[in-house]
Structure formats: structure tokens, C-alpha cells
Design a protein around this ligand. Structure first.
Ligand code: MRU
Length: 362
């Protein structure tokens, strides 16, 4: 795995991220100078993907602490930073997990700035190891499918981008794939384009290309057809929030892939860092807040023109209304298993507790 990261710190102790809105056409870094920059980067999807949203928010708090001290802001300033960041995106629980963690660390801190710097750094380093371990535990699943096919290519379908670009390194769904490739296992990935923002075509295809993984881009409605014709061996998706019962929120359209996989008896896996668990809720359908975004993301599509410039074009009558739900919930009954950093478990409370006993209810 390369040392390439999606978020890093600079010599003058600010933070830089990749502007994912212009990938794969341009590779532009954005410097985050204060918590408002971090907040905007999350809201406008310069950064996205549950673990990376959490890491950016954590560094947002570090930047707020820095401003509090250097610019002598008043006592309410830090609370305001927490509130603003908490409201940036509603579905990925990693955001709230990371902010809670920063808050807890700061509560007992003698040196505010150093504590915030170190805690945000730890969140980043831990995510890298978590994703690496998801790969360690997911690899045997791909290996078993490869063995069952006598070494023939394992065809994996994925939706959205739960790769390294949604995390720091490795990615969640891509970690087992990258580790399979390193082991010489033949893999091929069907990449759902993932309208409206096209995280599949813009981001997953980009990083699979960079890592030399054989892949094919498909429109979002193709998966069912491929499954009916034996062209998919497994589905693996990421998650933005997984409940105590094992219900999984992920990018809109994930549920339809799970239904098609069930109907075709194809295993449907969810790569789940424990930072994406929300053990405070059970029923994903009623309890997970689903983000609704600007309708223009549906009405317009972005791409590269023949003169090399990135542009957006309208794809419907200007007056047509569009609905833009960001996520859907796949009920646990459709999930074959969760692949976590501690192992693979059934998508239910007992399964999750078997790996994460610290969440046993007293
Ligand atoms: O709207 P996005 O791009 O932030 O949605 C991302 C996803 O749905 C990912 O699958 C999820 O965050 C997991 S990233 C490891």
C-alpha cells in the first residue's frame, strides 16, 4: 500500500485534504486554515466518506482550538465550532464519534492545543490500522471464492466509494481487494457509477486505476442483470451508520443491490469500521437520519469537456423538481455478514457483541 493519504498536516501545523469534487480529472489539494474551512469541506463534499468526514471534523476542532488561543476568541467560540461541525452532515456517525472523542480529550486537557493536535492525529492513525485489519479479515472471503472458482477471477460489485478516498488509507471495501491483489488472487470489480454525485465513476474507478485493479464501470441499474447472469460473486459496500440490530445505512441505491443479491443468492458484505457503529439505536429505518441534499446534484451532471475544462450540464427540464436522498437503509436480514477490524460477524446484535463485548448492555 502506498503512503498516499487523503488528509495530512503541513509543516506549519495546518491541515490539507484532496479536493474530491474534481477527481479524477484534477488532483488539487486544499489547505484548511480554520474550523470553518473544515466545516465547508465536509458540507460541499471536498471530503466525503464516513471515516474521512470524522477525521476532518477532528482536525476542525484542532484548528478551532488554535484560533481560540492565537486570536484570543471568547469562551463560546469552541462550543460554536463543535455545534457547526456537528451540523455539517447528518448520516455518517463517524462525524459525531470523532467530535465526541475530541470533546472528551479536551475535557481533561492541561495543554489544549497539543491535546487536540495529538487526538486528531490518533484518530487518523487508528483509521489506517482499522482499515488494514478489515482487509486482513476480508481477504479470506475473497480467497475462498477464488478457490471455489479454481483460481478464476472473483467478480466483486461495489456501490459508491468506500475506498481509501472515503478513509485515510486502504479504504474499507478496498482493503480486502488490495490485499487480495497483493496475494496474487485475480479480482475484478464492477463499479456502480453512483448517481447523483458519481462517487463510483469519479472516485472508486480512479483509485482502482491507481492501484492496478481490473474494474468495469456500470450504470447503477446494471447490477441486477449481472447477478442474474452469474457475473457477480460477491457484493461489498461501505456504511455510514450501522445499528445495534445490524441495519446498514449507506449511499442511496445500496438497498436495491442488497435485494438483487438476496434474490440471486449472492453474498452481500458490509465493510464496517467500529467507528461507524451506532449502538444507541436499533431500527435503522426509523432511527437513522437520512441526508437530503440540493436537488441540483440530480438535475446537473459534472464531467470533463473535450477542451479539458470541468463543467456541469443540465440533464432535465429546468423546472423539473428533483428529490435527492443521500442514503438508504439496508435491513440486517439482507446482509450476509459484517467485516470489521476485529473479524467477521453476522449482522445482528449478538454478532456485533461477540466482537465488541464492550457494547454489551448492562
Ligand atoms: O455521500 P458520501 O460520498 O459521503 O457517501 C459515502 C458512502 O456512502 C460510503 O460508502 C461510506 O461513507 C463508507 S466510506 C468508507
Amino acid at each position: 500500500m502506498s503512503t498516499f493519504r487523503t488528509i495530512w498536516t503541513t509543516e506549519d501545523r495546518y491541515v490539507e485534504v484532496i479536493d474530491q469534487r474534481v477527481l479524477p480529472h484534477e488532483l488539487i489539494n486544499v489547505k484548511l486554515m480554520n474550523y470553518r474551512d473544515a466545516d465547508l469541506a465536509i458540507r460541499n463534499m471536498t471530503v466525503r466518506g464516513a471515516p474521512l468526514i470524522g477525521a476532518t471534523a477532528a482536525y476542525g476542532i484542532y484548528l478551532a482550538v488554535r484560533e481560540l488561543i492565537e486570536e484570543q476568541r471568547d469562551g463560546a467560540f469552541l462550543d460554536e465550532a463543535f455545534d457547526v461541525l456537528r451540523a455539517s452532515r447528518p448520516t455518517a456517525i463517524n462525524l459525531f464519534w470523532a467530535l465526541d472523542r475530541m470533546q472528551n480529550a479536551l475535557e481533561d486537557a492541561d495543554d489544549f492545543l497539543q491535546t487536540a493536535w495529538e487526538e486528531a492525529g490518533r484518530i487518523v492513525e487508528e483509521d489506517i490500522e482499522t482499515c488494514r485489519m478489515i482487509g486482513v479479515h476480508g481477504l479470506p472471503i475473497i480467497e475462498a471464492l477464488s478457490n471455489a472458482k479454481k483460481g478464476d477471477t472473483v467478480n466483486i460489485l461495489t456501490h459508491c466509494n468506500a475506498g481509501m478516498l472515503g478513509c485515510i488509507q486502504w479504504g474499507t471495501i478496498t482493503s480486502p481487494i488490495y490485499q487480495a491483489k497483493e496475494k496474487g488472487i485475480k479480482v475484478h470489480v464492477w463499479v456502480d457509477e453512483t448517481r447523483p454525485r458519481n462517487q463510483g465513476s469519479n472516485l472508486t474507478a480512479y483509485e482502482l486505476t491507481k492501484h492496478g485493479i481490473d474494474h468495469t464501470l456500470i450504470v447503477d441499474n446494471t447490477g441486477g442483470h449481472l447477478m442474474q447472469h452469474g457475473m457477480v460473486d460477491m457484493v461489498i459496500v461501505g456504511t455510514d451508520r450501522t445499528t445495534r440490530n445490524g441495519d446498514v445505512a449507506n449511499k442511496i441505491g445500496t438497498y436495491l443491490k442488497a435485494l438483487a443479491a438476496k434474490d440471486n443468492e449472492i453474498p452481500f458484505y458490509v465493510a464496517l469500521p467500529s467507528t461507524t457503529l451506532d449502538m444507541s439505536i436499533r431500527d435503522g429505518l426509523t432511527e437513522i437520519p437520512i441526508e437530503e441534499r440540493d436537488q441540483n446534484e440530480v438535475k446537473y451532471i459534472q464531467g470533463k469537456r473535450s477542451d479539458g475544462k470541468i463543467d456541469t450540464v443540465l440533464i432535465c427540464p429546468e423546472t423539473t423538481n428533483a428529490a435527492n436522498y443521500g442514503f438508504d437503509v439496508t435491513p440486517a436480514r439482507l446482509v450476509t455478514a459484517l467485516i470489521t477490524e476485529r473479524g467477521v460477524c453476522p449482522a445482528n446484535e449478538a454478532g456485533i457483541i461477540s466482537l465488541f463485548p464492550e457494547y454489551t448492555e448492562s
